[in-house]
Design a protein around this ligand. Structure first.
Ligand SMILES: [Zn+2]
Length: 481
């Protein structure tokens, strides 16, 4: 494999933004050359040139080099729902959006609730994935021995749907939940919504509206109380058993308040005895981007679980992510057939296919001043790497795998109206994108104001000059545990 030099880009990594070049040897980063380490620009460039002999040189002047995005929350629908997506189709869309690694959820048919079912997904990914991959084992009321037997270094985590009915993955037995939190050897990723509250709210909405429940009732039905009560329960269990808990898709300002009291925004060492708890939580761009006003425009297209809440929640989530109370960004990429999303509320499935756009959404928020570029790199690459203890990825470091995403922050995205997910739609595919740059303000932007130019995975180009290369360079993720 020829060496690769990304020459003279703007590197965004570990709290810094600096001019430099990245030398890749084989699958790994072998050297990072900083412009500031040389007395003159000429000295710097001649050093880079001397390293470039026999290497492929890609001039990235004016472009930004980020550590490859790790999307720790996707639903690629394989096995069982090939019309919506496959590991192959959805990983292709993901790499076009700058994602270099993904972690996929277990609510398939059949559900991934045994180690054998999980290994079947791994072998499928080995043959078809375009990005690095890992898979969550699903928790059920009855698979404790499977959870106990998980190979800690080989599997990203266990997914628990706490009181949220998703096929047979609902864990609603108190005893099963206690056991899972007590023995789980890997991070427990939880979907927190209380089913009883939702069922009662749905019943009253149905009595009032029949089959024609308006989309804006979604956050009233899947209410903030349903989220808060369930998150409280997960936190109490994690504190009782000192479990490693990661709460997915936080959507309410009340949960943010609760997390502020238990999460140390400055500490990453989840084994640190002085940490307040071994608890982390995720933000999804969906809830940072949309708020309840947008149901008017998008209808059920933005129906997802938990529901998108109010503007005040959106702003609180942005602050919490910025402050490090929320430490990771995941897409919750959830493809559905477009015609199904046009059905009336009770028949419309929940979920939005956003995996291809999360990096551009976050960069757009950064350009509007909501986040810094360093924060985007942290929450989308360093954060997931730290949260799951991903081995040798998530940072631009010598010796680490060369997973890199190169973006042009000046060039408008060509892809917002041409989504590559198998179901071929996104809420952005129509006439412009509704955007809330700050409190009380909304505007329509024609496209994202930034483009993914290169996605490099294990030293190979999965995307080059914005074009998909077809090179399958993904590997199974390993974890330092
Ligand atoms: Zn999800």
């Amino acid at each position: 494999m020829k060496n690769l030099v990304l020459k003279n880009g703007t590197i965004v990594n570990e709290g810094e933004v600096f001019i430099g070049s990245v030398l890749v040897s084989g699958e790994r980063i072998s050297r990072i050359v900083r412009r500031s380490a040389f007395p003159t620009g000429e000295d710097y460039l001649s050093c880079v040139d001397s390293l470039s002999e026999n290497a492929e040189v890609v001039d990235v002047a004016g472009l930004h080099i980020f550590p490859g995005v790790i999307d720790s929350h996707v639903h690629f629908r394989e096995p069982g729902d090939g019309l919506k997506g496959t590991i192959e189709s959805e990983s292709r869309a993901a790499v076009l959006g700058g994602v270099t690694s993904f972690m996929d959820m277990p609510n398939n048919s059949p559900s991934a609730v045994t180690r054998q079912a999980l290994e079947d997904k791994f072998s499928k990914a080995e043959k078809t994935s375009f990005a690095n991959y890992s898979f969550y084992l699903g928790a059920s009321n009855a698979n404790l021995e499977e959870i106990r037997g998980i190979a800690r270094q080989d599997v990203c985590g266990v997914k628990v749907f706490m009181g949220s009915s998703t096929g047979n993955l609902l864990v609603d037995s108190g005893k099963a939940l206690e056991d899972i939190f007590r023995i789980c050897p890997v991070p427990i990723a939880v979907h927190c919504e209380d089913n009883a509250i939702i069922a009662a709210n749905l019943k009253s909405a149905t009595e009032k509206y029949g089959d024609q429940i308006p989309p804006e009732m979604h956050p009233v039905i899947r209410s903030r109380e349903a989220c808060l009560i369930s998150s409280e329960k997960a936190i109490a269990l994690a504190q009782k058993y000192n479990s490693r808990l990661h709460i997915l898709h936080i959507t309410t300002r009340e949960e943010v308040k609760m997390l502020e009291n238990i999460i140390n925004p400055d500490s990453w060492d989840i084994n640190d005895p002085h940490r307040r708890a071994m608890i982390t939580a995720e933000a999804c761009p969906t809830y940072l981007w949309f708020c309840s006003q947008d149901y008017k425009h998008y209808g059920n297209l933005i129906k997802c679980n938990p529901a998108i809440k109010d503007e005040e929640d959106m702003l609180a989530l942005r602050s919490a992510l910025k402050d490090g109370v929320l430490k990771t960004v995941g897409s919750d990429h959830a493809p559905h057939i477009f015609q199904d999303k046009l059905r009336p509320y009770t028949h419309c499935p929940s979920g939005i296919p956003l995996g291809q756009y999360i990096f551009q959404m976050m960069l757009t928020l950064a350009k509007a001043g909501v986040f810094t570029l360093e924060e985007v790199a942290d929450r989308m690459a360093h954060g997931p790497a730290n949260c799951f203890s991903v081995k040798d990825r998530g940072f631009i470091r010598e010796g680490y795998y060369a997973d890199l995403t190169v973006v042009d922050l000046q060039r408008p995205s060509p892809s917002a109206d041409n989504p590559q997910t198998k179901c071929r739609w996104s809420p952005f595919a129509e006439e412009g994108i509704v955007f809330h740059p700050e409190e009380g303000k909304d505007e329509i932007i024609p496209s994202f104001p930034c483009s993914v130019m290169h996605t490099i995975i294990n030293g190979s180009f999965a995307v080059k000059d914005g074009e998909f290369t077809g090179i399958r360079c993904g590997r199974r993720l390993s974890f330092n545990r």
